[in-house]
Design a protein. Structure first.
Length: 522
């Protein structure tokens, strides 16, 4: 009888149902009354209001929207703010599919703060990205990617270049079978990426077909990036793994007087060179258990000799010939397995790496510089796992190119905002989003004033309040300074002051001094 009554009520209006059914539920602690508020505006990302203030005062948001090459002719079409705002909120929320846009359509607080009329549907977002012309869209996003890091490039910095693979499961354009370490034989896209190391900021990305994963396909994008930078802002070193340690790459960089540090593949000639060093007793400390030896090497295809540093360290577990064939095969991936028998002892004791560079740094510094390159892998892991580089896939490669760059841009904005709030250390999205974004925000309007009431959802809500208030005070203080400077015809921007502050903080490395700098700025 109860089921029949409920079935009949399903055809009633929502208000009629709420009047005829009880709002009391039964819980472990007893009956609880539930009230449904359908009038107040709210959002699960209440603290995002401070990030929106940051985008507004630094002019990141408005300049991005105004320069977007998206044009509609229908009067019923969504605005640029609606399209880019929906994409921004989806990426910040950690979504990886266009279909996930439905999850934020109930947010009526943050869209209004961004000047949006509404959160558009997933189909509207897909169609809008398709309407952006490919050439103009890539140029637009590359320009803003560079602008998001440009004020930081006047200090000594290192450019990391690397490639990551995005596995595909459909019939997308460019879904070709190539190098895929996690799923061999599965079609994929290759993301050739360029990073500002240490800060882990994205300088550029090129999305290529899966069979275009080699370093030669990453070179054009890097050269365009280097040619677009003023001479005083060029990287101190371009750094990459053994995929980039080849003559075409090094020749192009040498023609531009650009320093580089790459790893060499251990080919037969490289192995012979290492074997020739076995009897040397002048190995120098290279840090973290490694020893290094400096020298010069000229390989087939090279125009001239180049400086190489051979690094070695003792193998913790020695090679055991009695192991089963499978494990034995894994051990044989080390170099020199084809070396004469008298060198087998060396195989048991050391593993080797060979670096090539045109810098004059000492061996210890070279070793540490290359080991620091491993941090680039952490950036890939964060972008693919915690942001959206692993998603927003469409049938055409054009939209994949645009979204990859847009995600990198939003990632840069958020990373620098988090660094303002937490200058002592970098935080990944998996911890920074709950800390600085997730809170229930209820919006009320009265007497012409708008108020957002925040309710915390995590244990560090009190600390987040302190940090966000401090960031807001700094931004407003810098905005006031800019207003006065413009009156005196001194061109500047809040964005430049943000970057100058971060450079001073990173250079000092002192948390107490960092706090004092922030308080003085307020």
């Amino acid at each position: 009888m109860c089921y029949a009554m409920i079935k009949n009520k399903t055809e009633l209006a929502i208000d009629d149902v709420s009047e005829q059914f009880s709002n009391v539920i039964q819980t472990v602690s007893g009956p609880v009354q539930v009230r449904w508020d359908q009038t107040n505006e709210s959002t699960p990302m209440g603290q995002l209001a401070y990030f929106i203030e940051y985008l507004h005062l630094t002019n990141r948001w408005l300049s991005w929207v105004e320069s977007c090459p998206l044009f509609y002719t229908s009067p019923n079409s969504p605005s640029k703010e609606d399209v880019l705002g929906t994409l921004l909120l989806c990426v910040l929320a950690g979504h990886k599919r266009y279909a996930h846009a439905t999850a934020i359509r109930g947010d009526t607080v943050n869209p209004s703060l961004l000047g949006m009329r509404k959160v558009i549907s997933e189909d509207s977002l897909r169609n809008a990205m398709k309407k952006i012309p490919e050439k103009e869209g890539i140029s637009w996003l590359d320009e803003h990617l560079l602008a998001s890091v440009l004020p930081l490039l006047d200090m000594a910095w290192i450019l990391d270049v690397d490639t990551t693979i995005k596995t595909l499961y459909g019939k997308q354009e460019g879904a070709e079978v190539g190098y895929n370490p996690k799923k061999p034989g599965r079609a994929s896209h290759a993301y050739h990426s360029y990073f500002m190391s240490n800060l882990r900021l994205v300088l550029g990305v090129e999305v290529c077909a899966g069979n275009q994963h080699t370093a030669m396909h990453a070179q054009p994008g890097l050269l365009r990036l280097l040619d677009a930078l003023p001479p005083e802002l060029l990287p101190h070193i371009v750094r990459g793994d053994n995929a980039f340690g080849n003559n075409p790459w090094m020749s192009e960089l040498e023609a531009r007087n650009q320093n580089f540090l790459f790893k060499l593949r251990q080919t037969k000639n490289v192995q012979r060179y290492i074997i020739s060093l076995f009897n040397h007793d002048t190995w120098k400390d290279a840090g973290q258990g490694w020893e290094g030896l400096d020298g010069e090497l000229s390989l087939n295809g090279w125009e001239h000799k180049r400086r190489v540093i051979v690094l070695r360290r003792p193998i913790k577990k020695e090679f055991d010939e009695k192991k089963d064939k499978k494990k034995n095969k894994e051990q044989l991936t080390l170099p020199f397995i084809d070396a004469p028998r008298k060198y087998i002892d060396a195989l048991k004791r050391y593993e080797y790496a060979v670096l090539v560079t045109n810098t004059d740094y000492e061996i210890f510094s070279i070793g540490q510089l290359y080991r620091d390159r491993a941090d680039a892998e952490n950036a890939f892991d964060e972008l693919k796992g915690q942001w959206a580089w692993g998603g927003y896939t469409t049938r055409d490669l054009h939209r994949c190119q645009l979204v990859a760059r847009a995600v990198g841009l939003i990632y840069n904005w958020w990373s620098l905002f988090v660094r303002l709030a937490n200058p002592g250390a970098r935080r990944e999205a998996i911890t920074s989003r709950p800390w600085l974004m997730t809170a229930i925000g209820c919006k009320t309007e009265h007497a012409g004033q708008t108020c957002i009431t925040l309710t915390g959802l995590h244990a560090n809500f009190k600390d987040a309040r302190t940090r966000l208030l401090l960031v807001s005070a700094m931004l407003q203080s810098w905005f006031s300074e800019i207003t006065e400077e413009l009156k005196q015809c001194k061109p500047s921007s809040v964005w430049k002051k943000v970057c100058d502050y971060l450079k001073e903080v990173l250079a000092s490395g002192d948390i107490k001094k960092t706090r004092q700098l922030a308080l003085n700025s307020c």
